[in-house]
Design a protein around this ligand. Sequence first.
Ligand SMILES: Nc1ncnc2c1ncn2[C@@H]1O[C@H](COP(=O)(O)OP(=O)(O)O)[C@@H](O)[C@H]1O
Ligand SMILES: [Mg+2]
Length: 262
Amino acid sequence: MSEMSKLAITGKGGVGKTTLASVLARLHAADGHKVLAIDADPDANLGAALGISNEELKRITPIAQLEELIHERTGSKPGTVGGMFKLNPQVDDITDRFSISKDGIRLLVLGTVKKGGSGCICPESALLKSLLTHLLLRRDEMVILDMEAGIEHLGRGTAAAVDAFITVVEPGMRSLETAQAVRKLAEDIGIKQCFVVGNKIEHDTDRQFITDNLHDFTVLGFISQNPKIGEADRKGISPYDLDPKVVSEVKAIREQLAAFSR
Ligand SMILES: Nc1ncnc2c1ncn2[C@@H]1O[C@H](COP(=O)(O)OP(=O)(O)O)[C@@H](O)[C@H]1O
Ligand SMILES: [Mg+2]
C-alpha cells in the first residue's frame, strides 16, 4: 500500500473524530483494503459509528479489561505498579480473538488504563503498547486509530509506526488549541506528518477561521455541519450509510492525504 496506511485521529472531545474514523474506514474497506479500526478512546463509540449493534458490541471486552489475558501474557496482575512483568508480551493472536468484523472492517476496542502516576508502566499499558506496535507494523493492512486528545497509548516506538496524525477541529478556539497541543506532543514523540480536518462547517467564515488560526498546518479538508450525521448517531447507523454528502467530503479528504504520500 503506497497510500498512508496507518492513521491516528485525534482532537478535542466531540469534534468528530469517531465520525471521520468510521467513514474513512468504510471508504477503504469499500476499495477492498483490509481495514483494522482501533477504538483507543476511553469514551469508546467507534463500533456504533461503524453501525455495529449494541448486542454485538456487548460481546467483546475492551482489551485493557481482559485481566486474565493481561496476567497470562505479562506475568503480572492488572493494577500492579512497579512489579516485574514482561515488557514485550505475546500479542499476535489478540486481534483475531477479541475483535468483531462488519462490512470488511475489523474493530478492536482498547479500553481505559487507569493512570498510576506519571509515565505509568503497568501490565495493561505494556500489553496495549505491544499490541499497538505489533498492529502498526503489519504491512498489508490499513489501520485507523480513533484516539482521544492525549496520546498516551502511543509510546515513542509505537508512534514511529504511525504514518500520519489527523487532528479534527471545529470552528472554535478550544479545539484549535488542542490541535496545537497535539502537534507539539506528536513532534516530541517523532510523528512525521500532522494534518488537520475541519468539521461542523456551516459557513465559509468557519473555514476561514480554521485556516487563519492554523496557518502553519496542512488542512486536508472540511466536513459540513450536517443533521444527517447526528441522525445516524441517534439511529445507531454508520454515517457512511446514511449520507452521501459526508462520504464525498471524506473521500476528498482521503485524496488530499494520498497526495502527500506520493
Ligand atoms: N459534521 C457534523 N454535523 C453534525 N453533527 C456532527 C458532525 N460531526 C459530528 N457530529 C455529531 O457530534 C457528536 C460527536 O461526534 P463524534 O464523531 O462522536 O466526536 P468525537 O469522536 O470527536 O467525540 C456526535 O453526536 C455526532 O453525531
Ligand atoms: Mg469518539
